[in-house]
Design a protein around this ligand. Structure first.
Ligand code: HEM
Length: 222
């Protein structure tokens, strides 16, 4: 792998810069602000974790299908997979019968359906969704983990927050650097890169919509 291209025209830089405003919107949403300020109850966190189960289900079913694809294939790295961790967290949060009460919000359903559609028909779009979630989990996700441990008393990096713990990625900063190199080397022309950027913004919009729906559904401290 060649060293990351740090020029402002590198695709990884364009993607990050183009989505800065959407990132700000997501991480200053009422739901995330309430979570980080310790104003949410564990029920709200659990509901969020349930929504993630649907989204990562779509991402990871798609990953298996795309492993050999020239555009999306290099991004398919099993050490990122979160579904098993989400299931352990949900068993801890809801108990062994967690599947019986599991429901997706309508907007979560739409989000997962869009990920599935990209996985089946448009590898570049799948990369946009992959980037928006996994790279975020490796960065800001760590702040959510520490807050969750403190607010609801989960064991550090244990059940309840395993989703945020990447056992197979000991050096998240190095991993993110390698991931940016993969973005820079993506075999796509300028037009396709612009389409990927647009899909990344759509991915953020879908995340923000999930946060909004969760805030509307759950009163503070529930
Ligand atoms: C608790 C709220 C959040 C905080 C505090 C936060 C914070 C951060 C930080 C510090 C970085 C590292 C930036 C860098 O490497 O220079 C980052 C990157 C990122 N975050 Fe967030 N974030 C949050 C929520 C989110 C959400 C909800 C998403 C999307 C669903 C997201 C997606 C991303 C992505 C894709 C990156 C990688 C940007 C890049 O380097 O290209 N973040 N975040």
């Amino acid at each position: 792998m060649t060293p990351p291209d740090t020029s402002p025209t590198a695709f990884s830089s364009l993607l990050r810069t183009a989505s800065l405003e959407q990132h700000r919107e997501a991480n200053t949403s009422t739901f995330i602000t309430d979570l980080l300020d310790g104003r949410l109850g564990v029920e709200a966190y659990t509901r969020y974790t349930e929504q993630l189960w649907f989204v990562y289900g779509a991402l990871e079913a798609g990953a298996r299908r795309l492993a050999g694809d020239p555009v999306a294939g290099p991004f398919v790295q099993p050490e990122l997979f979160r579904r098993t961790e989400l299931e352990r967290d949900l068993a801890h949060l809801r108990g062994p019968d967690w599947r019986t009460s599991l429901t997706a919000l309508p907007v979560t359903r739409a989000y997962a359906a869009r990920v599935q559609e990209c996985a089946e028909r448009w590898p570049g779009g799948y990369v946009a969704h992959h980037y928006t979630r996994y790279l975020g989990d490796l960065a800001g996700g760590q702040i959510i983990r520490v807050t969750a441990e403190r607010t609801w008393g989960f064991t550090r990096k244990g059940d309840g927050v395993r989703f945020y713990v990447f056992e197979g990625i000991p050096d998240a900063a190095a991993f993110r650097k390698g991931y940016r190199t993969l973005l820079d080397e993506i075999p796509a022309d300028e037009l396709e890169k612009q389409r990927i950027i647009a899909e990344c913004k759509r991915a953020y919009t879908l995340n923000t919509a999930v946060f909004r729906a969760l805030s509307e559904e759950i009163p503070l401290s529930a």
